[in-house]
Design a protein around this ligand. Sequence first.
Ligand SMILES: *[C@@H]1O[C@H](CO)[C@@H](O)[C@H](O)[C@H]1NC(C)=O
Ligand SMILES: *[C@@H]1O[C@H](CO)[C@@H](O)[C@H](O)[C@H]1NC(C)=O
Ligand SMILES: *[C@@H]1O[C@H](CO)[C@@H](O)[C@H](O)[C@H]1NC(C)=O
Ligand SMILES: *[C@@H]1O[C@H](CO)[C@@H](O)[C@H](O)[C@H]1NC(C)=O
Length: 556
Amino acid sequence: MSIVTKPSRNQQPSTSFLNSGVPEKRLLKGTLGLGFILMAFLVVMPPVFTILGGYQSPLPIWLREVRVWARGGLEDGFVASNGPKDKLLGGLLPAGFHEGTCLSRYQSASYRKASPHLLSHYLSRRLRKYEALHRRCGPNTALYNKTIEQLKNRHNNGTAGCNYVVWIPFSGLGNRMLTLASAFLYALLTNRVLLIHPDASMRDLFCEPFPHTSWLLPSDFPMKGFPKFSRTNPRCYGKMLRRKASANSSDDAAAQRPPATVYLYLFHDYDDFDMHFFCEDDQQFLRKIPWLVIESDNYFAPSLFSIPSYEEELSRLFPKRDTVFHHLGRYLFHPTNTVWDMITRYYQAYLAKAKERVGIQIRIFNRGSPFMHMLDQILACSLRENLLPDVNLKEPIVSTTNKVVSKAVLVTCLHSEVYEKMKTMYYEHPAVTGEIVGVYQPSHEEVQQTKEETHNKKAWAEIYLLSLTDVLVTSAWSTFGYVAQGLGGLKPWILIRSENMTMPDPPCRRALSMDPCFHNPPTCSCNGKRDVDKVLVSYVRHCEDLSSGLKLVHEA
Ligand SMILES: *[C@@H]1O[C@H](CO)[C@@H](O)[C@H](O)[C@H]1NC(C)=O
Ligand SMILES: *[C@@H]1O[C@H](CO)[C@@H](O)[C@H](O)[C@H]1NC(C)=O
Ligand SMILES: *[C@@H]1O[C@H](CO)[C@@H](O)[C@H](O)[C@H]1NC(C)=O
Ligand SMILES: *[C@@H]1O[C@H](CO)[C@@H](O)[C@H](O)[C@H]1NC(C)=O
C-alpha cells in the first residue's frame, strides 16, 4: 500500500468552522426534561402525534422547535446541538411556504451550521421585491399574457409590462446550477422575471423557489424553434452583431426595431460577438428586449461585476462579494422531498454522529490516469493540511481514554477505487492520533449521465451532502465541487491538476474564496476599451485551479 509520508506542513488548517459548536451535552441535558414533557404531551394527543410523524407542520413555530429539540435530546442526535434554528436563514428565505411540500426548505437549518456569512438587508429586501415581481408577472398572470401576445405577433412596441429571462438547461447538474444562479442574478439586476425550461432529467430535483407563482415556463409557451436555439438562429445576439458588422450600412432591421426575443449564447466557445453581452452599450440595447433566452455552461456571474451600470447595485447586494453563489444558491436550490429523503437518511446513518465531517470530491476527467495517483495526491493533501490523520502501519493503538474523536469522510466520485483503498487503509491500520475514521461513498455511477433522472437525483443528494461537511477537498475544474463549496460556505482545498503524472507540489491549494470560478470570462473589448481587464481589481481574481478563469473574492 502506498502511504504518503507526511510532508512538512506549513500552517494549521482553519478550524474555526469546526469548533463553533455550542457545548453540546449541557444543551442536551437542558432540553431533555423539556423533551420528556413534550413526549408525554404527545402521547395523550394522538392527532398531533400523527401530524408530527408525517413531518407535516401546521404547528406553531415554537412547538416545532420544541419537537426538534426533543428528538435531538432523546436520540442524542445532531439537531439540538445549536439550539433553535433560524429556518429563514437570516432573511434569505421567504416565510409562508407550505412546509410539507418542500421539507428541505425550512429543515436545512437543522443540518447546516448557521452561515457565518451574513446577507445584507438590502439583498433580503431585493429578494422580497423580486418575489412580488414574480407574482405579478409570472406564468398565466394578466401581464404575462400581455407580453405573450407581443411574442405571438412578433412585435415589440415597447409596451410590455414585464420583461423575462428564460433559462435553458445545458450540460451536467453542477453547470446547470451555476448558470441558473447566474441567470437569476442577471434577472435581479435587470428587473426581469426568471423562467426556466427544464428537461426531463431535472424532474423532481428542485422545489419551486418563489412563493405564489411557478418559475416553470408554461408548456404552451409560443416560441418558434424553442428550445433548439443555436448560434445560427437569427435571434442569436452574436449573430445579430456579426450580421450588423458585415452589413456596412443602416439597412440592418435589428438595429431599427428591437425584436421581442434575443437568444444569448454564453458557452465556453463563444466568440467576440457573443461576448458583447458583457459590454455596457450592449446591455443598454438588451434592456429593450422583453424576452431574453440564456443558454450557457458557465458560471458567468463574476463578469456581471464588470458592467459599469450594475456595479453599484452589486456592491449593495453583496458587500461581501464572494457570497454571491452562497446566498443565491441557498435561496434557489431546495431538494425535493424525494431527494431530501435520500440526503437526510444518508446523513443520519453515516455522518451525523461524527465530530467532524470531511468531504472529498473527486472528479477524474481523464479516465486513463491511474487512480492510485489520485489517492496519493488526496492523502498528501490531507496529511499536509492536517485534514486527516496518518495511519500507523506498525502497531495497534489501544485507546486509554473513552474520549474518542471521530471523523466521517464522505467521498463522492463516479468510481470506487479511491474510496475502497482509503476505507481499507483506515480499517486495517489505526490512525496515529487514535481518531476513529470512517470512510463512506454513497454511489459510484461509473459514467456521468447528464440526461438521466435518477442519476441527477443522486448527484444532487451528493452535492448537498458535501455541502454539509466541515472541511472540503475538491477536484480542480469541477462544477460539482463549486456548487458544494458555495452552498456550504466553505473554502475548499483544491487538488491541483497534474499535467504529467507527477505529484503536483503542493498537492492542493486552499481556495481564495467560496465562490465558483467562471472558466471562460469574456476577452472581447467593449468599444475599444478592455473593460474585462478593468475588473481585475480587489474583488475579482484569476482562479486557483484555472489561471484564465475569474472568480469573486472578498477584499481583505
Ligand atoms: C392568461 O392566459 C391563460 C391561458 O392562455 C388563462 O388560463 C389565464 O386565465 C389568463 N390569465 C389572466 C389573468 O387572464
Ligand atoms: C402594442 O402592441 C399590443 C399588442 O400587439 C397592442 O395591443 C398595443 O395597442 C400596441 N401599443 C402601441 C402603442 O402600439
Ligand atoms: C462592406 O464594405 C466593404 C468596403 O467598403 C466592402 O468591400 C464590402 O463588400 C461591404 N460588405 C457588404 C456586405 O456590403
Ligand atoms: C511535471 O510538471 C511540473 C509542472 O508543470 C514540472 O515542474 C515538473 O518538472 C514536471 N515533471 C516531469 C517529470 O516532467
